[in-house]
Structure formats: structure tokens, C-alpha cells
Design a protein around this ligand. Structure first.
Ligand code: FAD
Length: 379
């Protein structure tokens, strides 16, 4: 079976690798495979601390993917020969004032309703775990299962794994989906070449909603959600600066610090509805540094080595669109929004299963693209 995948970001690559492992002939079309939002992302595997009201169904998928990570990381390392920076370090979500503490208590109550039970800590207990935290920290939640991976290493390892599993690459943009009769039958790339396939997967991240040739009923409702992010470096003299991911809600905005083993410290991220704009702004950098400084004052001593902005593929319910569409032959693997790195293992498995057997696995069924194409009275 021939499969063409449009988009070689983390989601297109993991889908390609897993599908090729099952014997399909897979081609990825992307001018820059291994690029996309994962070049920017922090790599938190934050199933629990990223939980929001109304996203309880997504929690189950996030937890399923988080559970697969240790084995996924080990298998990728074995196939590609390179690590993905998987670090089972846990996360500490803290509150800086009474409002933040009330917000965190609410989140804790939601966790309990969902059968999770992270540990509530006093401010002093938080600082004992992470001595660089501001003295004013009022309390926090210790979440031992929310870990991290390095998204740049992850996509590099996935690229190698794809090449070693026989995936072919066409380093061009896909211009148009080809539909023959009532089926998707291939793709035309930017140089006019036609690629035929029995199945086409649209995994073009935030651009998935604007590929020419896709009929309206199959076009994913995905939009770009801008995120600005910073990378600092912890010189050996300050190490260990933080031993786990630390995060907080400061003045309503989310800020997190993700410490890597190699000394990189990622500070993120803004969330902005700005269309296709990826400008790094003075305001964005200022707000991130201001909020991170309130949380961990010592960061102002560290070298600032990179500022970047990327586009999350947002969907109407913040959850991914996985599997077959209303157009036979066309599949979606997109809309992963804040959780594309976390959801990579479960997405690769779900799409490989759907492409080779025609059936989505149980855990992925709530995320069928058809949930957005049902008549309104059924929703
Ligand atoms: P992308 O990564 O956007 O890749 C899409 C690919 O499609 C690109 O390579 C592009 O070149 C290609 N493409 C587009 N159009 C075409 C076309 N017409 N033809 C061919 N190719 C095309 N997730 C987490 O799990 N944890 C985090 O901590 C985290 N932090 C983040 C922080 C920021 C600031 C941002 C921006 C994102 C973050 N994310 C995080 C989200 C995560 O990065 C995304 O969900 C994920 O990268 C989406 O992957 P994707 O492959 O669907 O899309």
C-alpha cells in the first residue's frame, strides 16, 4: 500500500515511521522535514499540568501517550542511534499570590475529579525541592509524572528512523490534493510532479486547513496559535539551577521553565491569536522574562541565547483530529495544539493502525475528524 504524508513535522514523521514499520510504502512531502513547531516547542510532556476545564477526554489520550514515552524513547534511540532528551524529572506547578493559589487549588480539585492526585505542597516544601524559587511562593502541586523530551532531538531522531525504515522524502511543498471520482488519490507537489497513493495523510500542522483541492467537508478547522519562547543557558557554575520543570500562572498568563540535562533552560510561552505572524516582539520577550523572574529571580544572571516564535496547530476543542475524513482515502493527523510533542507516540500508533487496518484504536476514536462534520443537532 502506498501512503503519501503531507508535512514532515513531528506528527508527519512519527506517522511515517510507524506506518512504514507495518510494511507500507511511505513518502513524506515537505520542503523542510524535521522543521515546524517542534523547532520551537519546549517539549513538556504535561498531561496533568496542562489539564484545562472541558478537556477531560483529551486527558485520557494525553495520559496514554505519556505512558508510552519511556518505551518510545528507547526504541527511537535504538533505531536512530540518537537520544531524544527524554527526562523523567517531573513538574512543580507553583502559586505566587493568593489568586494564583486559588487557581491552583481549583486545578487540584479538577485533577481529583479526574482520578489524579498530585501532591499539594506548602511554599516552604516547594523551595526545599527547588531552592532557586522566589521566597514568596505560596504553595504548589508536585506532579511526578509530567516529564520532558527535547523536541529538536526528537524530530532529528524521527528523521533518521524514517530513513532507516525506508520512508522516501520529496523535499517540496504539496500544492494540491488530487481527488479522482470520490477518493483522494494523491498529491501534486510544487514542481508539478504527481504522486499517486491509496491513502493520503494531511499532517501539515497549522497549515493543514489551507491545502488546495481538499473538499470543504474534509478540510480541518485548524488555525495558527502563535507562541513566543526563549532559550537560556545555565553555566556549570550555577548547575543544577532547577531539577524539574517549574511553572506558574502569573497575572493570568502561563509561564514555565524547562531545564534540560545539557544546560539549556527553556522559558515559555506566549499564546497569541495573530494569524500567520511569527515575529518575536519586545513585549513578548519582556513579559516572559518578567514573569519568569518573579518565579525564579536568578534567571537574570543567565545568558539569553535564543528567542523564537512558532505556530501551534489549534483546533476548535484544542484536541487533535486523527484518522479518516469524509473523503475516502484522506486521513488527518493534525490539530495537536499545545501537545504535539506529548501526543507523538499515541498519534503514530493510531494513524498506523487506521491506515493499515481501516480502524482507529479505541483510545483515538473520540478524536475522529468527523466530530466537526456532524449535523449540528447531533453535536
Ligand atoms: P508542525 O510542527 O507545524 O509541522 C508541520 C510541517 O508541515 C512543517 O514541517 C511544514 O514545513 C509542513 N508543511 C506545511 N504545509 C505544507 C505543504 N503544503 N506541503 C508540504 N509540507 C507542508 N507541544 C508539547 O507537547 N509540549 C510542549 O511543551 C510544547 N511547547 C510548545 C511551545 C511553543 C512556543 C509552540 C509554538 C508549540 C509547542 N508545542 C508543544 C506544540 C507542538 O510543537 C505542536 O503541537 C507540534 O509541533 C505540531 O506538530 P505537527 O507536525 O502537527 O505540525
Amino acid at each position: 500500500m502506498r501512503v503519501v504524508i503531507i508535512g514532515g513535522g513531528v506528527i508527519g514523521l512519527v506517522t511515517a515511521w510507524r506506518t512504514a514499520q507495518r510494511g507500507a510504502e511511505v513518502t513524506v512531502v515537505d520542503p523542510e522535514p524535521g522543521g515546524g513547531a517542534a523547532r520551537v516547542a519546549a517539549g513538556m510532556l504535561a498531561a496533568v499540568t496542562e489539564l484545562h476545564y472541558g478537556e477531560e477526554a483529551l486527558l485520557a489520550l494525553n495520559l496514554a501517550s505519556a505512558r508510552r514515552y519511556p518505551e518510545f524513547a528507547a526504541e527511537l534511540q535504538e533505531v536512530s542511534g540518537a537520544g531524544i532528551g527524554y527526562r523523567a524529572c517531573g513538574t512543580l506547578a507553583v502559586a505566587l499570590d493568593a489568586d494564583d493559589r486559588a487557581h491552583l487549588r481549583e486545578l487540584h480539585a479538577l485533577h481529583r475529579r479526574c482520578g489524579l492526585d498530585p501532591t499539594w505542597l506548602t511554599g516552604r516544601e516547594c523551595r526545599r525541592l527547588e531552592p532557586m524559587l522566589a521566597p514568596g511562593v505560596r504553595g504548589g502541586l508536585r506532579v511526578d509524572g509530567d516529564h520532558q523530551a527535547d523536541p529538536r532531538r526528537l524530530t532529528a531522531a524521527l528523521l533518521t528512523a524514517c530513513e532507516r525504515t525506508g520512508v522516501a522524502f520529496v523535499r517540496r511543498r504539496a500544492e494540491r490534493l488530487v481527488v479522482t471520482g470520490d477518493r483522494a488519490t494523491g498529491v501534486v507537489s510544487a514542481d508539478g510532479a504527481a504522486l499517486e497513493a491509496e491513502r493520503v495523510v494531511l499532517a501539515a500542522g497549522s497549515e493543514s486547513g489551507r491545502l488546495a483541492g481538499v473538499p470543504a467537508e474534509a478540510l480541518p478547522p485548524v488555525r495558527p496559535v502563535k507562541g513566543q519562547i526563549l532559550r537560556l543557558r545555565v553555566p556549570p557554575v550555577y548547575a543544577p539551577f532547577l531539577s524539574r520543570t517549574v511553572r506558574a500562572v502569573v497575572r493570568g498568563g502561563h509561564v514555565y521553565l524547562v531545564p534540560r540535562v545539557d544546560g539549556e533552560l527553556v522559558v515559555g510561552a506566549t499564546s497569541e491569536e495573530q494569524g500567520w505572524d511569527t515575529t518575536v516582539t519586545a513585549g513578548g520577550v519582556y513579559e516572559l522574562l518578567r514573569d519568569a523572574h518573579e518565579l525564579v529571580p536568578g534567571i537574570t544572571e543567565l545568558p539569553l541565547v535564543e528567542t523564537r516564535a512558532g505556530l501551534r496547530p489549534g483546533s476548535p476543542d484544542n484536541a487533535p483530529l486523527l484518522g479518516p475524513t469524509a473523503l475516502p482515502g484522506l486521513y488527518l493527523a493534525t490539530g495537536h495544539h499545545r501537545n504535539g510533542v506529548l501526543l507523538a507516540p499515541v498519534t503514530g500508533d493510531a494513524l498506523a493502525e487506521a491506515l493499515t487496518t481501516g480502524e482507529l484504536p479505541e483510545e483515538a476514536r473520540p478524536f475522529t475528524p468527523r466530530r466537526f462534520s456532524r449535523p449540528l443537532q447531533e453535536v
